[in-house]
Design a protein around this ligand. Structure first.
Ligand SMILES: [Mg+2]
Length: 363
């Protein structure tokens, strides 16, 4: 089997959505998510101008060799644009493998280890009034989630109000997670820890960007008796994750399949985390392709903890543009799709009917 063509589909069905489609000489094609929110066209250009010409004629089953070729073949490595492009190729190649073999991706990665609990990501909750945030969380729990994430990083008073409103609304049985989105100082962490402890938060995610080593060390010394710290969505490749693990501050590892380097690299990162005795959670999945790949990945690795879902019922990147739709099990877990490869189809007519509109970066 050979790769004979590849194209990038840039669209905006409500949000910007970039899809990579790789075609082979025996008619099997693979899909990969190339969406880098806020920098969509940069990835599309990187793929079209620099990557795709290099993979024509290659064997799509050689995911390892092609990953190394695309990563090590370039002098300028890592970073969001490069790694999102490599991840899209890698995801599409795994999709091709699964389709050619008639097997869902999770079975190619080792088979399902256990059901993966899902939580509703904090983006849907946002910085609305505390009562409105609590109301949205209640809707998510009614929809099946047994865990929700609070978006921190507003003023401290508002963060405190939302934290208390959420715990009051959710009761003691729903897990509450907290994400500061890199908007805290060490003093903010110091002030919020008693509040998060009172709310029974399961972790504090990304108080700072991952390269602020001294801040992380201080935060870890403050947080360790109270709650774990989590990070990973801003990291690329196993090398950056190894550095994170060596720092010793983080107890929950959160790779994003479309940032860290795709399925191939995410499996390696899970092994690094396993060797450190740490659980892996996926970072938020806004497109149907990333969503599906992340569930396959977490189902197959032995140290998965939580799957981060967008928590929205009307996200067109996961519903109108992609099928089949996911549903949560009654216990709040999410199962991988059973179709071959990713198990996801993208409606290209729908994407063509929703061309790109470049709005401001939303994240
Ligand atoms: Mg986050």
């Amino acid at each position: 089997m050979k790769i004979i063509d590849a194209k990038v589909l840039v669209s905006c069905p409500g949000r910007n959505f970039v899809t990579l489609k790789i075609l082979t000489d025996d008619g099997v094609f693979g899909l990969g998510d190339a969406t880098l929110n806020g920098r969509e066209l940069a990835v599309a250009s990187y793929l079209t101008d620099h990557v795709l010409p290099c993979i024509l004629g290659r064997d799509p089953f050689q995911t390892e060799d092609l990953w190394q070729y695309l990563y090590r073949g370039a002098y300028w490595r890592r970073g969001p644009v490069t790694m999102t492009a490599i991840a899209a190729v890698d995801m599409a190649l795994w999709d091709i493998k699964g389709k050619a073999l008639g097997q869902p991706l999770y079975r190619l990665l080792g088979g399902a280890s256990r059901p993966v609990p899902a939580y509703a990501g904090g983006f849907a909750l946002g910085y609305a009034e505390p009562a409105a945030v609590a109301e949205e969380a209640a809707r998510q729990v009614a929809g099946g989630y047994r865990a929700v994430k609070l978006r921190l990083g507003d003023t401290l008073n508002r963060d405190i109000e939302r934290s208390r409103a959420l715990r009051s609304e959710l009761g003691p049985d729903v897990a509450l997670l907290a994400d500061a989105n890199c908007r805290y100082s060490v003093d903010d962490v110091r002030a919020m820890l008693p509040v998060l402890a009172e709310a029974g938060a399961g972790w504090l995610e990304e108080p700072f960007p991952p390269y602020q080593d001294r801040s992380w060390r201080t935060a870890a010394s403050l947080a360790r008796p109270v709650l774990p710290l989590a990070a990973g969505e801003n990291l690329y490749t196993r090398y950056e994750f190894q550095r994170l693990l060596d720092g010793g501050a983080v107890s929950v590892v959160q790779p994003d399949l479309s940032r860290c380097g795709g399925v191939t690299e995410a499996v390696r990162i899970a092994a690094l985390a396993s060797a450190a005795g740490l659980p892996v959670c996926s970072h938020g999945c806004h497109t149907g392709l990333n969503f599906a790949a992340s569930v396959h990945y977490l189902a197959a690795i032995e140290n998965a903890w939580y799957f981060e879902a967008d928590g929205s019922t009307d996200n067109p990147l996961r519903t109108a543009a992609c099928s089949p739709a996911y549903s949560l099990a009654a216990d709040g877990t999410v199962l991988p799709l059973e179709g071959p490869g990713l198990g996801v189809e993208v409606d290209e007519d729908y994407l063509r009917a929703h061309p790109l509109t470049q709005g401001p970066a939303w994240h």
